[in-house]
Design a protein around this ligand. Sequence first.
Ligand SMILES: Nc1ncnc2c1ncn2[C@@H]1O[C@H](COP(=O)(O)OP(=O)(O)OP(=O)(O)O)[C@@H](O)[C@H]1O
Ligand SMILES: [Mg+2]
Length: 375
Amino acid sequence: MVMRLPIHDDAGLVIGAIGFALFDELHSLSPMLKRYMSMQEELASTRSLLRARQTKYNFAHFIGTSAASLEVKRRARRSASTDSPVLLLGETGTGKELLAQAIHNASPRAHKAFVSINSAAIPESLLEAEFFGTAPGAFTGADRKGRAGKLQIAQGGTLFLDEIGDMPLPLQSKLLRVLQEKEFEPVGSNDVIQSDVRVIAATSTDLEAAIKRGEFRADLYYRLNVLPIHVPPLRDRLDDLPALSEAILEELRSQHELNSEALALLGQHAWPGNIRELRNVLERAALLSDDLRLSAADIRAAIGTFTPVERVNPLAVEPVGHETFSAARERFDRQLIETALALCEGKVIEAAARLGMGRSTLYKKMAALGIAESP
Ligand SMILES: Nc1ncnc2c1ncn2[C@@H]1O[C@H](COP(=O)(O)OP(=O)(O)OP(=O)(O)O)[C@@H](O)[C@H]1O
Ligand SMILES: [Mg+2]
């Protein structure tokens, strides 16, 4: 019996082969075949695990050029080059997971695993084993052989601790040890394993309030809070709406566009579900409308419960007496005009109509305030 194994180069081309000639004792092949089959199975399952663990986001996916978004990106980019923990703070749907993946992919650990563990999604009783793994023989049944924990799988790479605010207190202490001593023990084992992971944590809960309630360890908070990044809610960066909507519609492979009233309406909703909600609304609107130009009515129908944004009264920002009447008036005028222009995509004629003033009056006001007409 003769067997040949091809040798491939990195590009998959066959560049040679190894040949085996097995003369007799065919039965001696059977253990080898068995081993080959089991390795084959192991390879397939490892491959599928790796695929599941693949990240899909980098910084280019984080859309937004508002000052708030640029600051988030700047901080996140800088954090990529260090090994210090990052703490992502922000409401649901603001892009924390996206940023965590982007940071990993821009870091020197990019070619290693990105492993996430969600404290809110796993029952408390299973969380520790999930985290640290189990030692062989420590359990009966499926875990008899021992199982690698997320911490081990993430070795050399990044561990993403999602919803860290929901982590039970006993596990918080153990995590603190990992961060400080860089070591841990699998459940049921006395072996100490050295850990080499970069931790990125995220939460939508107020950790300082959780500390006051005794639900979160202050020392862990300080250890994690080295590079905090506040991801602002969508209502605080409404300037990003046009670009975000366009990117989302493109990603949905939709031919739809938003007309200017539709865009203006987007800017009047408070988006409690943030960008995830925006995505759902646009997807629904595009599904329901045959007209490729989505109108305000289409958007209104797609938004479940409309929550109007509370516009900050510009006059209320400065306490009375801290600025003169004319300075306050100027600030008010500027804000009003800039908002109207933004809602009308910079079209002065439309903005004037919206404000109920003549076009030339608006031009004069803009000139006086130094507001440039967008090209
Ligand atoms: N700046 C952005 N640009 C484009 N898409 C974004 C942006 N931020 C978030 N998204 C999209 O919004 C959705 C929600 O993002 P993500 O899952 O990262 O939010 P999250 O903060 O982790 O939310 P949660 O707290 O609910 O887990 C995803 O589909 C993501 O692609
Ligand atoms: Mg998330």
